[in-house]
Structure formats: C-alpha cells, structure tokens
Design a protein around this ligand. Sequence first.
Ligand SMILES: [Zn+2]
Length: 156
Amino acid sequence: MPALAFHHLSERISIMSETVQIVCPHCDARNRVPAERDAGAAKCGRCKAALFPGQPVDLTGERFQRHLAGETPLIVDFWASWCGPCKAMAPVFDKAAQALEPKARFIKIDVDAEPALAAQYGVRSIPALFLIKNGKVVAQHAGMADMTLLAKWVQG
Ligand SMILES: [Zn+2]
C-alpha cells in the first residue's frame, strides 16, 4: 500500500510540472500535452483534430465554461452580426489567431446568442475584448483592437 500511494503521488507531481492542459476547440475534451512538445502541432486525443487550428473558435456559453478550465490563456471577442466595428475587427482577430496560437486560444462570443455571458463580463458595447488567464480576467479592451495590443496580451 505505501508503495502504491507513493507512485500515485509522484505521478501527480509529474503531470502538474510537465504537461499543459489544453481544451479541444472542436469537441471540448481536456487534453494533457507534454510541456516540451509543440502544442501548435498537437492533436486532440478524442476527436483527433488539431488542438490549435490557427483560427478563432465560436463558442456557446456552456462550451466557454469548459474552456475556462484549460491552462491556455483565452482572448475573447464579444461581437454581434449587426455591429460594424465587429466586422472590421474580425479579420484582425483571424490574423491574430493564426499568428499567436498556441500561446493563446482565440474565442468569439455572439452577444445576441449569449446575453447572459456578455452581462456576466460586463459587456456594454462591442466589440469587447478580454484576456482571461486561469479563469480570471487580467486585461480588457473596449472597441476595436489591433494586432499590436493582442500580441502584447499574449506575451504579457
Ligand atoms: Zn477534440
């Protein structure tokens, strides 16, 4: 019994120090990827899709909760189809995902579909951008953001 307990403990320590938990953008499965591996090339253990496809992912509020549990910093764009500045923001956000993954996950939330989530984050005007780490908002920006700001968020 003591040997088993020790084994269990050491296994937990190695998981904590050497792997990163990445939530799949396709099926929301939690994947543990070795920290030394290139996460940008990693595939989901469940659905086999790329964990970082180089593009933003549209999420519902329910799916978003699962992504909050991952260790990848999240950059969230609250938007709506009727919003002109949101349309201008979209290609910038696409380019940022392409350039900055796997250092961050780029997420789009449609405020018309998810008003409760938008209210939870205090979104009053759109586009509204948030940087979330370990489930907590660490930076936010109201209105259009450029690549420079998003790159700075990812590095900071
Ligand atoms: Zn998957």
